[in-house]
Design a protein around this ligand. Structure first.
Ligand SMILES: [Zn+2]
Length: 483
């Protein structure tokens, strides 16, 4: 049936067309609060989106009517939109060449969380929730989300790709008021082991240690001195490294942003096409990549929605900017605008939130390579005067990602290579390039963790995307903190 839709698009003059069908698209969310179930949601939808490229312009339409007539009407609508858009297109769209695949990609899952009785899942969460309570806490709780999709992509170039994807998200938190009446919190994402799986079996392992840890840490924060304003060495643990990487490497290096296509919503980028190949983005210790091949991450989906096979793209090599987060469409435009071949092939990062959205450039796994500067204890031992920070509390970023200010849930003072105590309300700020160029030490493989992100927003209409950041613990010199 899909072939007849593709034949129709070709016959009517489309230079390219594709059909992306979500045969299964389900999400289940469970949360607990203060020892009780707070919410339970089960979502299920099914539908498809059709893209048609006509005279250098896209047309897109989506529908839930999976009959042949329904799909044909949807294809006609996509084509009509492309024809109309082609009258006003400024840069005629060309898609870069891709390899053609007929393939199936499956996320590794042992126990489908949707097959586990809800009562068992609730019982598991409440058992963790019970460990979180304390007389000084106002709120504590847990949540999990499970996402399951079965998707097909077929296109006029011959691609036939099936993807069966599962993603799991979970977190625990505790919250209380400090002596000044300000709310403090500690959270812990229930990390996936990147060598593991994305099934319910991940929640069968013991989470109680982490629950007890964040309780102790919040109690320490409540009575801790406030982080003073000063310039020190900053040690970022994985959750903060993930946010730092997300906001100042990830979003800054989305090629559609660099070309000016996101200006009206969440800003542009301070990066220009002329910077690729020469800009010193960070110190020589910085190696960052857009890696769609990391095991067991919501950013790893086998193929993007252009049907391009997942790649591992080194974007920053020894501090020098080399590549970006790219799609088939944007690299041809970028190369034309730059007047040289800046990008040789798509990085396979074109994704849509669901069947009823156009795919756009999205982060897959934006990772920082681990280094050779030791484990966490060894990193701390190298710091004379510094602060360790973890877990985002609030963040603001320049509209072109050129500067930032982040507040964290917890900080630890470091003097002469040793932790001397906890600080409250830790924060830091900086200019993106200056900050990454001040990268002094990069932790070893032991410190490298995959931090999943389930709430990255982009596009109009907004699309929320799930992705990951594999990051080590890092140390930055001379950072303004407490301001
Ligand atoms: Zn984001």
């Amino acid at each position: 049936m899909y072939q007849s839709i593709l034949d129709f698009l070709t016959h009517e003059g489309a230079s390219y067309g594709d059909v992306r069908v979500h045969l299964v698209d389900e999400a289940e969310h469970i949360s607990t609060l203060n020892g009780s179930v707070r919410s339970y949601t089960l979502e299920s939808k099914k539908g498809y989106g059709i893209r048609a490229l006509f005279n250098g312009a896209w047309g897109f339409a989506s529908s839930e009517d999976l009959s042949e007539n329904g799909m044909l009407s949807c294809a006609k609508l996509a084509l009509d939109k492309a024809r109309a858009s082609s009258l006003a297109v400024k840069f005629p769209i060309q898609l870069s060449v891709k390899d053609i695949f007929k393939d199936t990609y499956n996320t590794k899952v042992e126990i489908d969380p949707f097959s586990v009785p809800v009562a068992d899942k609730v019982e598991r969460l409440l058992s963790i929730d019970n460990k979180l309570s304390h007389e000084r806490f106002d709120f504590w709780g847990t949540y999990v989300s499970f996402y399951k999709r079965k998707m097909m992509i077929v296109d006029t170039e011959g691609s036939q790709i099936e993807r069966n994807l599962m993603e799991i998200d979970g977190s625990i938190f505790v919250s209380a008021k400090d002596a000044d009446g300000l709310t403090q919190r500690r959270t812990h994402a229930l990390y996936l082991d990147h060598n593991g799986t994305s099934g319910w079996e991940n929640f069968m392992t013991d989470r109680f240690d982490q629950a007890l840890r964040i309780k102790d840490e919040l109690l320490a924060v409540l009575d801790a001195p406030v982080c003073e304003k000063e310039v020190v060495d900053l040690i970022l643990l994985n959750d903060m490294m993930a946010l730092q990487t997300h906001e100042t490497i990830g979003h800054a290096l989305e090629l559609d942003r660099i070309l000016g296509y996101e200006l009206s919503y969440a800003g542009g980028s301070h990066i220009d096409l002329k910077h690729f190949g020469s800009l010193k983005f960070g110190s020589s210790k910085l190696n960052a990549r857009a890696d769609g091949t990391v095991k067991n991450s919501p950013g790893s989906i086998g193929y993007d929605d252009d049907g391009v096979k997942a790649r591992n793209v080194l974007m920053i090599e020894n501090g020098i900017l080399k590549d970006a987060i790219t799609s088939r469409q944007m690299i041809t435009e970028a190369n034309a605008v730059a007047g040289r071949e800046v990008f040789s092939e798509s990085g396979a990062t074109c994704r849509a939130e669901s069947y009823n959205r156009m795919p756009i450039e999205r982060m897959n796994n934006i990772n920082v390579d681990f280094g050779q500067d030791g484990n966490l204890d060894e990193l701390i031992s190298k710091v004379e005067n510094g602060i360790i920070m973890d877990a985002p509390r609030s963040w603001s970023i320049g509209s072109n990602r050129e500067n930032f200010h982040f507040a964290c849930e917890i900080g630890w003072r470091v003097k002469n290579g040793k932790i001397t105590g906890v600080v409250r309300n830790p924060s830091y700020r900086g200019d993106s390039l200056k900050f990454w160029n001040a990268l002094k030490y990069v932790g070893n493989e032991q410190t490298w963790k995959l931090v999943p992100v389930f709430n990255c927003g982009k596009g109009q209409p907004n699309q929320v995307m799930r992705l990951g950041h594999g990051v080590p613990v890092c140390v930055f010199s001379n950072v303004q903190v407490g301001d």
